[in-house]
Design a protein around this ligand. Structure first.
Ligand code: ZN
Length: 157
């Protein structure tokens, strides 16, 4: 999926989570956007990869694209790292939800993801879309509808 779809997906996922928690929504959403972009740091042309090209090249050189940073192992290591930092729970939760949304969206692409890295098994949904294709625009539209739906509770505050 494109960076734009991941950003919208991260926002939609965090807005859904904000419905069932008492987390501060703005902080949760900001962290969610970062988390939604984080896995593609392995791609030099991604939104985050362009910000830190040296780190992006290093990660891509060691792991390749859509492997380690698109796995449960990555998600669990990030979660473990959060136990060493002292910041609001919204940040940790938002980043993890954002990463989760990224993995789900990329699993809906033809290339899939290496969810169980280092096991070389490609995981994808039975129905997939081409990154940047018209079907992705449809997914983007559905995510925007989700944001509007979940956002009405936040806006009424
Ligand atoms: Zn990705």
């Amino acid at each position: 999926m494109t960076g734009k779809t991941h950003v919208i997906g991260g926002i939609a996922a965090c807005m859904a989570v904000s419905q069932v928690t008492d987390h501060e929504p703005v902080l949760l959403l900001a962290a969610g956007v970062f988390g939604a972009l984080l896995p593609d740091i392995c791609h030099g042309g991604s939104k985050l990869g362009r910000k830190v090209p040296a780190l992006s090249r290093l990660i891509n050189g060691v792991f390749g694209h859509r492997t380690f940073t698109h796995s449960l192992l990555f998600l669990l290591l990030i979660r473990a790292a959060f136990s060493f930092v002292h910041w609001p729970a919204e940040i940790s939760e938002g980043i993890l939800v954002g990463i989760g949304s990224h993995l789900i969206l990329d699993a809906a692409t033809k290339n899939g993801i290496k969810l169980f890295y280092p096991i070389n098994l490609t995981v994808r949904f039975p129905v997939t879309v081409r990154t940047g294709g018209s079907a992705e625009s449809g997914i983007l539209a559905v995510l925007v509808v989700c944001i509007v739906y979940f956002g009405r509770g936040i806006i009424q505050l």
